[in-house]
Write a protein that binds this ligand. Structure first.
Ligand SMILES: Cc1ncc(COP(=O)(O)O)c(C=O)c1O
Length: 481
């Protein structure tokens, strides 16, 4: 029988997760600082896409701006020095938040995680005989680094995913037998932005042992997990701050180990990155440390808001946030899997871990009808929109996890690219039509620090509206990827 919607009660949730301690502090924060969500009837479940800011962060920052005079930091005047001081403060705050030893790590401010990744990709000293190895489960902004590697004659190897948990093959065979004296780079996400799976961070040590520098993409991990850089020592850690505390957008960072940063070779210079440029002698000498990587005028008015956001995160405690989000995720996973059509067929197919072990609060799934036919993920998104539920649909810029979970082979891709290319023009909608009855994308619900039980219950009730319905036979449309 269909699950009556009234079974989703907070009492039931508390009974199942009695030790979960986060809800008082985080629910209070939600009530006080995020009134706009409930006033406007939003159910926001796209925290991996973007975090939401508390009112007080915007207030504190705008009050600060209203009483401060800040100038371009590339000068030595009083307003410039004030900006420089605040930027240094923000840099220290980032290192402190991630418990990074300043002797060992430095912080380069960027526009976002993608820009941080591009900095590494374009500057890494790839060469013929070196190796770029990456998990298939990576965001496109990591995938793109392969193009820099390819142009320099570097071999590229993808590590495939186990199709059930979308995780953790034995990495050793992929990483060993390469020339450890060459510059070799390994890239993995700490948490998949597709399935939420958390890849074992022991991979970092193994890759180091085998002669690799390591990119740990922490963009989807740090909003609800503690990253302690005293314990693990990746070389490059890209993050976006809006994913952590929602404000401001347009600021990210590359947290880089100084020893690895020293290996990078910048392919250009620009304002702020040089000690000396001569047009007559045609030479330039780059600035030291992070300065060589921060192109042009930094976002100096917004950087103080990073310090404020990190203080907020510190006061909330990353471990508490994690426990709260995982309790809600556990409940949601259990209840999604309990949704069955009257004929006993499951409604939900989850991609990646189906319980809370080694995962975060992102759940990728598709809905199936009583015959096992998939509801188009676009339809689910559209119907969620009518209920003011913000979820994500498509492949979330993570083509590798998409291909492994949806069983799209290299042959499928080649065949359908060919079928969809007419007169040299590629038609992405035709491509997805060519994939046929296979879904070419999924739906993602991702939880954040101020998700509450009501959001989850509302979402489950929405999913329950698909029980005993039949999937329409409509043509697939391209995912937004
Ligand atoms: C794991 C991961 N890496 C990188 C990115 C890129 O972040 P941004 O778009 O802020 O550059 C994202 C964004 O969703 C992500 O989830």
């Amino acid at each position: 029988m269909n699950k009556p919607t009234t079974t989703y009660t907070f009492a039931d949730f508390r009974a199942r997760y009695p030790d979960c301690d986060g809800f008082q502090v985080l629910n209070e924060l939600r009530q006080q600082e995020y009134r706009r969500l409930d006033q406007q009837g939003h159910v926001y479940l796209d925290y991996t896409g973007g975090g939401l800011y508390p009112d007080k962060l915007v207030r504190e920052h705008s009050e600060f701006l209203r009483k401060t005079v800040l100038g371009n930091p590339h000068s030595q005047n009083p307003t410039s020095l004030a900006s420089t001081h605040l930027m240094q403060q923000a840099r220290q705050d980032v290192l402190r938040y991630f418990r990074a030893d300043p002797q060992d790590y430095t912080v380069i401010f960027t526009a976002n995680a993608s820009a941080a990744l591009k900095l590494v990709g374009e500057s890494y000293p790839f060469q013929p005989g070196s190796h770029f190895c990456l998990l298939a489960d990576n965001h496109n902004s990591v995938q793109g680094i392969r193009e820099f590697a390819r142009h320099k004659g570097t071999r590229i190897t993808y590590v495939p995913l186990d199709p059930h948990r979308l995780c953790c093959p034995d990495l050793r065979p992929y990483l060993e037998h390469w020339d450890a004296d060459k510059p070799n780079l390994f890239a993995m996400p700490a948490q998949s932005n597709f399935s939420g799976v958390q890849h074992p961070l022991t991979a970092i040590e193994l890759a180091h042992e085998l002669g690799y520098d390591v990119i740990l993409d922490a963009a989807a991990f740090v909003p609800t997990n503690r990253l302690d850089l005293r314990v693990i020592k990746p070389d490059f850690v890209p993050i976006s701050f809006y994913k952590m505390f929602g404000y401001p957008t347009g600021v990210g960072a590359l947290i880089a180990r100084r020893s690895a940063l020293a290996k990078l070779v910048r392919p250009w210079f620009g304002g702020g990155t040089v000690q000396l440029v001569s047009t007559r002698a045609d030479l330039h000498i780059l600035a030291d440390d992070y300065e060589a990587f921060e192109d042009g005028t930094p976002n100096y008015l917004l950087l103080p808001a990073i310090s404020m956001g990190l203080r907020l995160m510190e006061s909330l405690d990353a471990d508490r946030i994690h426990r709260w989000v995982m309790a809600l995720t556990g409940y949601l996973l259990e209840e999604m899997q309990a949704l069955k059509h009257d004929n006993g067929a499951p409604l939900v197919r989850i991609y990646g871990p189906t319980d809370t072990s080694a995962r975060g609060g992102s759940i990728a799934f598709n809905l199936m009808d009583p015959r096992g036919e998939f509801f188009p993920y676009q339809l689910v998104e559209k119907e969620a929109n009518t209920r003011n539920i913000s979820i994500r649909a498509g492949c979330f810029c993570n083509p590798g996890a998409g291909e492994f979970s949806l069983d799209i082979s290299a042959e499928d891709v080649r065949r359908c690219v060919k079928a969809a290319t007419v007169d040299g023009q590629f038609d992405v909608n035709r491509y997805h039509e060519c994939l046929g009855s296979k879904p070419s994308g999924a739906v993602r619900a991702s939880l954040g620090m101020v998700t509450n039980f009501e959001d989850i219950a509302y979402f489950l009730n929405f999913l329950a509206t698909y029980l005993n319905r039949f999937a329409p036979n409509i043509a697939a449309k391209a995912p937004t990827c």
